[in-house]
Design a protein around this ligand. Structure first.
Ligand code: BEZ
Length: 262
């Protein structure tokens, strides 16, 4: 289980919300809209969306993240929730999500929640790790852990191919209108220590089988295996993003009723 530390997440990995401008632009929040931020983390993107005049609710599975978001943005609403099972009587004009959906290994359950939360015609806009995301970095760590424990841990995250994810959305009544899979090489802060910090923040579950007193050695070994990602004095993470927009289909009866009223 990943344990989130909001302070180090913001201090060392602020690029996660810093590089998300494109996906907020794709969301294009409008004044007065009701928008759900699924995986709101420390709340910075919810605040950016609110600054454009929308009414935002942020949900996150981590109580520590929700506490940090509430402390930073007390005027916004944040709730602890598991996206796979969360239900709301409210409906939203849009559901937004950044850097979250690759942590949920039951994508259908998450999409089901999202589809239920949207009003017909509402939009879903998300960015997260796509096929091949951080493969170099995570393969190096898994190999180093395998050398130390005798068992290479399996890949952990959900990094779908674009077509596979689009099919899942379509199966839940969401019509895909934009989709893009792109490489986004990302410099890690912290110089030489940047990669070990990234592993410590995001790969706690991969490191779990390694005895505590061996972890630093394993991190150093993983850094040696991933050395081709050390470029001109900094670690460059091999991020691949899947950015997607889909619209909840309007049921035929609603379309017919709207036609009859004209
Ligand atoms: C990501 O944002 O793509 C990511 C971050 C940490 C681990 C895996 C993926």
């Amino acid at each position: 289980m990943t344990h989130w530390d909001p302070a180090s997440y913001d201090a060392r990995h602020g690029f996660i919300h810093g590089l998300a401008g494109g996906v907020v632009d794709l969301l294009d929040p409008q004044p007065g809209e009701r928008i759900l931020d699924a995986g709101s983390g420390t709340g910075h993107l919810a605040a950016q969306i609110a600054a454009r005049g929308a009414e935002v609710v942020g949900i996150d599975a981590s109580a520590a993240m929700v506490e940090a978001a509430r402390a930073r943005y007390p005027e916004l609403r944040f709730e602890v929730a598991d996206l796979r099972s969360w239900r709301t009587p409210e409906t939203y004009d849009a559901v937004f999500s950044n850097a979250t959906l690759h942590w949920i290994l039951q994508p259908s359950a998450a999409i089901d929640t999202i589809a239920r939360a949207l009003r017909p015609g509402g939009r879903f806009v998300a960015e997260f790790g796509g096929h091949g995301n951080v493969e170099r970095l995570t393969t190096a760590l898994r190999e180093a852990v395998g050398e130390a424990t005798g068992r290479v841990p399996p890949p952990f995250w959900y990094f779908p191919a674009l077509g596979a994810y689009a099919l899942l959305l379509e199966a839940h009544g969401l019509a895909v209108t934009d989709a893009r899979l792109f490489e986004r090489p990302t410099p890690l802060a912290g110089g030489e220590a940047g990669l070990a910090n990234w592993y410590r923040e995001f790969c706690t579950h991969v490191l779990e089988p390694v005895p505590a007193d061996e972890r630093e050695r394993v991190l150093a070994r993983a850094a040696a295996l991933a050395r081709d990602r050390w470029v001109e004095g900094q670690w460059i993470a091999d991020y691949v993003r899947l950015r997607i927009r889909a619209v909840k289909r309007v049921p035929p009866v609603a379309v017919a009723a709207a036609g009859a009223r004209r």
